[in-house]
Write a protein that binds this ligand. Structure first.
Ligand code: 5RP
Length: 223
C-alpha cells in the first residue's frame, strides 16, 4: 500500500471513535484530511467539530460540517489528529503543518487523543523529524541560542522567501539535531523559555490511542 492509502485507511478507522451527536475535535494535515473526507459520510450524525486550523475549518465547512469556536465548548470526548513522529509511549512531535498551538489547545480540552498515522511516523526516540516550535518573533535570536546549547540547530521556517506566519500571526522555528530521550522533561523545559508560544513535543498531551497504518492493516495501540 502507498503512504496515501495508509493515510486513507487510518482516517476511516478513526470514525469508530466519533460518538453520535457529539462535537469532534479535528486536527490538521494530510492524514486528517482523509479523516475529514470520511467524516463527510457521517456528518448527519454529528453536532459538529472544533478545528485546530483555518485549513481544517475551511475543509469541514466546505463539506457542510458546523465548526464551533473552541472557546465556546467546555470539553470534547475525542480529538483526532496526525503526528510527525510518535513513540512507544504515545509521545509525539507535531507541527509540521504549523498548527501546533491550536492543536495543543484542542488536545487539552479533549478527554481522548486519537493519533492517526502511517507507519513511517513510528519511532524509537523522538527527534529525527525537525522539531517545530512556535515563537514570538522578537525572541528568535535568544531561542536559537538556547537550542544551540542543547545541541540543536534552529532555523526560521520560510514561505515564499519570508517567515511563515502561523494562524496566530507568529513564526515557526524548525530544530534539527535533537535527540529527545525524555519528552516530558524536554517539553516542560522549553515551555519556560520566554517567547516560546508552543513547543511541538506533545508529552503532557500525548496520544491515548494510535491508529497506525501498516502493510498488514490498522494496528490499534493504546497508551
Ligand atoms: C500539523 C501537524 C500534523 O499532524 C503533522 O504534521 C502530520 O501531518 P501529515 O498527516 O500531513 O503527515 O502536526 O501541524
Amino acid at each position: 500500500m502507498t503512504q496515501d492509502e495508509l493515510k486513507t485507511l487510518v482516517g476511516q478507522a478513526a470514525l469508530n471513535y466519533v460518538e453520535p451527536g457529539s462535537i469532534v475535535g479535528v486536527g490538521t494535515g494530510s492524514t486528517v484530511n482523509k479523516f475529514i473526507d470520511a467524516l463527510a459520510g457521517i456528518k448527519h450524525t454529528l453536532a459538529g467539530a472544533v478545528s485546530s486550523s483555518v485549513e481544517s475549518t475551511d475543509r469541514l465547512q466546505a463539506l457542510g460540517i458546523r465548526v464551533f469556536d473552541a472557546a465556546d465548548v467546555e470539553e470534547l470526548a475525542v480529538y483526532i489528529d496526525g503526528a510527525d513522529e510518535i513513540d512507544h509511549a504515545g509521545y509525539m512531535i507535531k507541527g509540521g503543518g504549523a498548527a501546533l498551538t491550536r492543536e495543543k489547545i484542542v488536545a487539552a480540552q479533549s478527554r481522548k487523543f486519537v493519533c492517526i498515522a502511517d507507519e513511517s511516523k513510528w519511532v524509537a526516540t523522538l527527534g529525527h523529524y525537525p522539531l517545530p516550535v512556535e515563537i514570538i518573533p522578537m525572541a528568535t535570536r535568544r531561542i536559537v541560542r538556547e537550542f544551540a546549547a542543547l545541541g540543536g540547530s534552529a532555523t526560521v521556517r520560510l514561505k515564499n522567501g519570508k517567515p511563515l506566519l502561523t494562524d496566530n500571526g507568529q513564526h515557526i522555528l524548525d530544530v534539527t539535531g535533537l535527540k529527545i530521550s525524555d519528552p516530558l522533561a524536554f517539553e516542560c523545559r522549553v515551555n519556560q523559555w520566554p517567547g516560546v508560544v508552543t513547543v511541538g513535543v506533545f508529552a503532557l498531551h500525548k496520544a491515548s490511542v494510535c491508529l497506525l497504518g501498516t502493510a498488514s492493516g490498522v494496528k490499534t495501540l493504546t497508551f
